[in-house]
Ligand binder design. Structure first.
Ligand SMILES: NC(=O)c1ccc[n+]([C@@H]2O[C@H](COP(=O)([O-])OP(=O)(O)OC[C@H]3O[C@@H](n4cnc5c(N)ncnc54)[C@H](O)[C@@H]3O)[C@@H](O)[C@H]2O)c1
Length: 258
């Protein structure tokens, strides 16, 4: 049986070549974990893993497109069992439904919902065998509330909550937990791109999108920092959270308190 203090845990992070995934890779790597920095974009993953290795951290690179079942299945036979899976890979598309390309709508569901489920499926047998596992999905405030022009994203993120609850029940007899972080906006390339898209869609300036759309629903009026996400992940991995499962951990500056 694995315990947090006597074993080097291995964490696989998807979409770790950028934004939140890259920040979490750095945080977990600095905490002494072996980090598998995976991404569709191999070069980006190599860059992040390289930075970690320079700091003396245990980091490996894996080219992993979470829409590719064969690549996902290969994770089950990874040379070291995955103790912590962080389903983070993501993308956004902002358009009203009638203008939403059908293949793009389907892609968002594949990346944000089907991929995480299939990856969990791949790593669960070894987690159960070791009686230890942490599956953490990076959801979103859009797992709980909706915004216009984001129907695919909102549908997928709401779906991941239902999926996580079902899986939490299925894994309850083991020291395996399944949880979803629900942050509101975090300044990453994904959001920078969205600011431009939303400005066009709403006929606003980019500053107006930040203040009137993104920060407006948040009483605290601030983007969520990477340190807040990293600290929450540390907690979810710890023994103190071994009975926290099937939950949404909401970092939303008070958005959903209204
Ligand atoms: N930035 C925010 O404000 C915010 C808020 C809430 C939730 N999130 C969620 O956090 C996660 C990370 O977002 P981010 O803001 O860091 O975005 P980002 O664009 O900076 O990074 C996303 C990464 O996912 C990778 N990716 C995309 N499609 C992939 C695929 N098919 N397979 C593997 N990797 C793939 C990209 O190559 C990229 O490296 C996403 O799930 C997103 O929905 C972000």
């Amino acid at each position: 049986m694995k315990t947090l203090c006597d074993t080097t845990l291995t964490a696989l992070i998807t979409g770790a070549g950028s934004g939140i995934g890259a920040a979490l890779a750095k945080s977990l790597g600095s905490a002494g974990m072996r980090v598998v920095v995976s991404d569709l974009n191999l070069q980006a993953a190599e860059q992040v893993a390289g930075e970690l290795q320079e700091l003396g951290c245990l980091a490996e690179t894996l080219e992993l497109d979470v829409t590719q079942q064969r690549q996902i299945d290969a994770v089950a036979d990874y040379h070291t069992p995955i103790d912590i899976l962080i389903n983070n890979a993501g993308l956004q598309h902002v358009a009203r439904l009638e203008a939403f390309p059908p293949e793009q709508w389907r892609l968002l569901i594949e990346v944000l919902l089907v991929g995480p489920a299939m990856l969990a499926r791949a790593v669960l047998p070894s987690m159960k065998q070791n009686n230890f596992g942490r599956i953490i999905n990076i959801g979103s405030i859009h797992a709980l509330v909706a915004s216009p022009f984001k129907s695919a994203y909102v549908a997928a993120k709401h779906g991941i909550l239902g999926f996580s609850k079902a899986l939490a029940l299925e894994t309850a007899e083991f020291d395996v937990t399944v949880n979803t972080l629900c942050p509101s906006y975090v300044k990453t390339p994904l959001v920078e791109h969205q600011i431009a898209q939303q400005a066009q869609e709403h006929g606003m300036s980019e500053d107006e999108v930040i203040n009137k759309i993104m920060l407006e629903p948040m009483p605290k009026k601030s983007f969520i920092d990477m340190d807040e996400l990293a600290g929450t992940i540390d907690y979810l991995i710890s023994d103190a959270a071994k009975n926290v499962t099937g939950q949404s951990i909401v970092l939303d500056g008070g958005w959903t308190a209204r």
